[in-house]
Design a protein around this ligand. Structure first.
Ligand SMILES: Cc1cc2nc3c(=O)[nH]c(=O)nc-3n(C[C@H](O)[C@H](O)[C@H](O)COP(=O)(O)O)c2cc1C
Length: 352
């Protein structure tokens, strides 16, 4: 019997209230995305991956900041790198900044990362990967987790060879996206491999890949015995999928809700990234939110042609005036006095 999606589980001492984890996505998982994910029922949210080299050097030209708010916990912060000492140091910084879990990236297929020996490359070197987990687990008191792909090449079973050793070295949960690095996002996630991993490790396994509905989430929980499912692309511009998965059928959001949610997201993101960076960053979100047949295609095109966030806001409000109330309600709920923002540099490159 698979667990109900709204039942708590644990990663070490950290209680996770639901079985849905909002995935780490570089260039997507900003604070507004994580907070929204919590609001819609994700039990755990993850930051984008943070470069441990970036943390050590504080190279501000290539980085923006990771801001952690009080209402997004439990939060997992992901770090990547290939040097055990540098990873341990990065983990200490991340823990001090308020992360409840430190997650290690063993899945990134992006060349810029793999050529440094980090990301998915580490799956082919379980000795080094274990030394990294061990060094990080000794450095922090919060739980350490690992997110993996299946391996580098198609059909690889490297994650199964490495998994038990990573647990032995101190990993308290494993997330598996069962595609190879060379596969990137083509083909299907092979959750038969997730089921095998569950059989051979004694820690919770989180299944990632192609989970975008309650039905699919239940199937994967049932067929693999995993502790939780992770949702990535399906939640882009569509936080409603999280509540659908956690709580069952809900009505499709109205246009005012969609537009209001987008406006609140834009406002929060502009605050987090600054107006100038937010302008470019937000462009991909317009299609994600306004797609799904919610708004006509030319409307999205029109937004992409506008120069500032403020202009896009005005245009959305002209098309959907009722969105203003939705946005104001959301922002009033988000502007909590107890919010604490902590700064950490974030890498612009990622994947997993
Ligand atoms: C735009 C994008 C960025 C991603 N960045 C990361 C990352 O920084 N770290 C990571 O472990 N996985 C990353 N991933 C992988 C996802 O977390 C997830 O494992 C993968 O997309 C499969 O899940 P899905 O089918 O639900 O999208 C990224 C995926 C996407 C689409």
């Amino acid at each position: 019997m698979s667990p109900e999606l709204r039942t708590p589980w644990r990663i070490g001492p950290v209680e996770v209230p639901t079985r849905v984890v909002l995935a780490p996505m570089a260039g997507v998982s900003v604070q507004a995305f994580r907070r929204q994910g919590r609001r819609f029922g994700a039990g755990l949210v993850c930051s984008e991956m943070v470069s441990c080299a970036g943390l050590a050097h504080r190279n501000e030209r290539t980085q923006s900041y990771l801001l952690i708010a009080a209402d997004e916990h439990p939060l997992s912060v992901q770090i990547f790198g290939a040097d055990p000492d540098a990873m341990a140091e990065a983990a200490r910084i991340v823990e001090a900044a308020g992360a409840d879990i430190v997650d290690l990236n063993l899945g990134c297929p992006v060349r810029k990362v793999t050529k440094t020996g980090a990301g998915a490359t580490l799956l082919e070197d379980p000795d080094l990967a274990s030394r990294i987990v061990d060094a990080v687990a000794r450095a922090v008191s919060v739980p350490v987790t690992v997110k993996m792909r299946r391996g580098l090449e198609a059909g690889s079973r490297a994650a199964l060879a490495a998994g038990p050793r990573l647990v032995e070295a101190g990993a308290q949960a494993l997330a598996l996206h069962p595609r190879s690095a060379t596969q990137m996002y083509s083909g299907a996630a092979d959750h038969a491999l997730t089921a095998e991993l569950v059989q051979i490790v004694g820690v919770p396994v989180i299944a990632s890949g192609d989970i975008g509905s309650r039905e699919r989430a239940r199937e994967v929980l049932e067929q693999t015995g995993c502790a939780a499912v992770m949702v990535a692309r399906a939640a882009q511009g569509n936080p409603w999928v999280i509540s659908e998965i956690v709580d069952g059928a809900s009505e499709a959001p109205s246009r005012a809700e969609v537009a209001g949610e987008l406006l609140a997201f834009m406002s929060e993101t502009a605050r987090e990234l600054g107006e100038r960076r937010a302008t470019g960053f937000l462009k991909k979100f317009y299609g994600w939110y306004l797609g799904h047949g919610r708004f006509p295609k030319p409307f999205k095109q029109e937004l992409l042609g506008l120069a500032t966030v403020a202009e896009v806001e005005r245009r959305i409000l002209a098309a959907e005036p009722a969105a203003a109330d939705v946005r104001d309600r959301l922002l009033a709920g988000a502007a909590r006095g107890d919010e604490t923002l902590l700064a950490l540099p974030v890498s612009a490159h990622g994947g997993g």
